[in-house]
Design a protein around this ligand. Structure first.
Ligand code: ATP
Ligand code: MG
Length: 477
């Protein structure tokens, strides 16, 4: 407790931490908080579950209590669920201040959000897309006096993944004052360091938790080598085993697509496992409701896409299963980081097919640790194999009947409209591009063919030259 005070935190905040069971600062808090309190920009890179959120929430609250006004602090984060979680931390730790926060995320009512923004909350926690929409469409709020800009999961916000935030970030950066403190946090900052430095211009204090292994020691990292067709049977077998042996454990299963997420959820429910889904094709209210049911242990198994891979802090999660091997080592680090948090133990099991072995090598190289094989009773798995595969097929048919793919298409079109694009025009462009590509390939093929023919002819010619008897010039008779 004394340690928090010695970092420069006021007594009321130290007390508030104590009430929440936080008595000693973690290394990222111990190292980054003094720099933030001094007024410096800060980039903090520390392992998953190591308390990065409090490392920025506490100094902001301290500064806010000295000079309270709104909008004082803006936190940007890549997912809606994470925005709610961060706002909760602000609310809990900032309770004695009467902190007013506002959450601006997609999928929720924009008018209500606009109204809240106009009331000048102390802290705004937002996903970039929706906040940029508000900036573009309304002049009822400004951020001229903003003191803190925070990017949680900063590397994700800056990388150009399937959701590209860069344009929205530009809009947001255009309305925040240049004179501000910028704080950037993630468990995987180092790849995007240069881009990040350009956002935190004020000679940022950079702190990285140096350690040989990039995942936490308390995490037992395993893999199971499996043919693609047997994957689901392994999943059912693992869940059955954990449910039988530890009825208080919660399990997160990550998979690659929304459709797979939906099918696996349906399939596990057929096996009577208390399973619930979380993916970006669900309505936002449903997403929040499902996560809440998982957090409160009503459902013990959450099947999710990477939308749940970063930042979520659910202490009961004891096991993370990767139903697909993540293509990017970074995503692996965040996914498995949903367990073994804040010093607790946890297990992660990655299902690896013969096509994914190179991905595992890349992951091992990145995390600087070897995954160990998870022992399984293959006989048990084989016993359920047919039943599992038949059930999966039945679920796929059921899902097809619900127009899941059609809804996906509609969502895609909606997203395009929101981005100011014309879906029909885009479709036309896409088709034209595909046509050009096809013609290019055809043309390349023809050239290749012609070259081959020419080569063949030349070879033939050479060969006949070699085999033909040398023609001697007849000498004088
Ligand atoms: N000093 C502390 N002592 C004990 N627990 C703490 C401390 N600081 C934070 N925690 C708790 O640790 C848990 C993980 O914290 P947090 O979510 O901030 O981790 P993180 O570093 O942001 O992880 P991720 O990279 O996954 O986002 C939370 O439940 C939080 O309340
Ligand atoms: Mg975090």
């Amino acid at each position: 407790m004394a340690a928090f005070a010695s970092l420069g935190l006021s007594e009321w905040l130290v007390d508030q931490c104590k009430q929440m069971g936080i008595t000693r600062p973690t290394p990222v808090q111990e190292n980054c908080m003094p720099a933030i309190l001094e007024g410096r920009d800060c980039m903090g890179c520390a392992k998953t579950g190591s308390g990065k959120t409090a490392a920025f929430v506490l100094p902001v609250l301290q500064k806010l209590s000295e000079d309270p006004y709104g909008i004082f602090c803006l936190v940007l984060t890549p997912t809606r669920e994470l925005a709610y979680q961060i706002a909760e931390q602000f609310r809990a730790l900032g309770k004695p201040l009467g902190l007013r926060d506002c959450i601006i995320v997609g999928g929720m009512d924009m008018v209500t959000q606009g109204l809240e923004l106009s009331k000048k909350p102390h802290v705004v926690v937002a996903t970039p897309g929706r906040l940029a929409d508000h900036i573009r469409s309304s002049d009822t709020f400004d951020m001229k006096r903003l003191r803190f800009l925070i990017l949680d999961e900063a590397d994700r916000l800056l990388e150009q993944g399937c959701t590209d935030f860069t344009k929205d970030l530009e809009v947001i950066l255009s309305i925040v004052p240049a004179k501000r403190q910028t704080l950037l946090f993630s468990a995987t900052l180092t790849d995007t360091l240069q881009e990040l430095k350009s956002i935190a211009m004020n000679k940022p204090f950079f702190w990285e938790h140096k350690s040989e292994v990039r995942t936490v020691e308390e995490l037992d990292q395993r893999y199971i080598l499996t043919p693609e067709k047997v994957k689901d049977a392994y999943l059912v077998n693992l869940i059955q085993k954990f449910q039988d042996e530890h009825d208080d454990w919660s399990i997160m299963v990550f998979t690659n697509t929304c459709k797979n997420c939906q099918i696996l959820t349906m399939m596990l429910r057929e096996f009577k496992f208390p399973t619930i889904a979380l993916h970006s094709m669900m309505k936002q209210k449903q997403r929040f409701a499902n996560l809440a049911k998982f957090k409160s242990n009503i459902f013990k198994i959450l099947i999710a896409t990477d939308v749940a891979a970063r930042g979520l802090d659910i202490p009961t999660v004891q096991v993370v299963i990767n139903h697909n091997t993540p293509g990017l080592p970074k995503n692996y680090i965040h996914r498995v980081g949903r367990t073994a948090r804040a010093g607790r133990n946890g297990v992660s099991i990655t299902l690896v097919t013969q096509y994914d072995i190179h991905l595992i090598s890349a992951i091992e190289e990145q995390i600087q640790a070897k995954l160990k094989e998870y022992p399984v009773q293959e006989k048990e798995v084989l016993k359920i194999l047919t039943q599992v595969n038949v059930t999966r097929r039945q679920c796929e048919i059921k899902l097809e009947a619900t127009d899941f793919d059609e809804k996906k298409e509609i969502n895609k079109r909606k997203q395009m409209i929101l981005e100011g694009k014309d879906p029909d025009l885009e479709e036309k462009r896409k088709n034209e591009l595909a046509k050009i590509k096809r013609e290019k390939t055809k043309f390349k093929g023809r050239i290749q063919e012609a070259i081959q023919k020419k080569k063949g002819k030349m070879l033939k010619k050479r060969a006949t030259c070699k085999t033909a008897p040398s023609q001697t010039v007849p000498g004088p008779s």
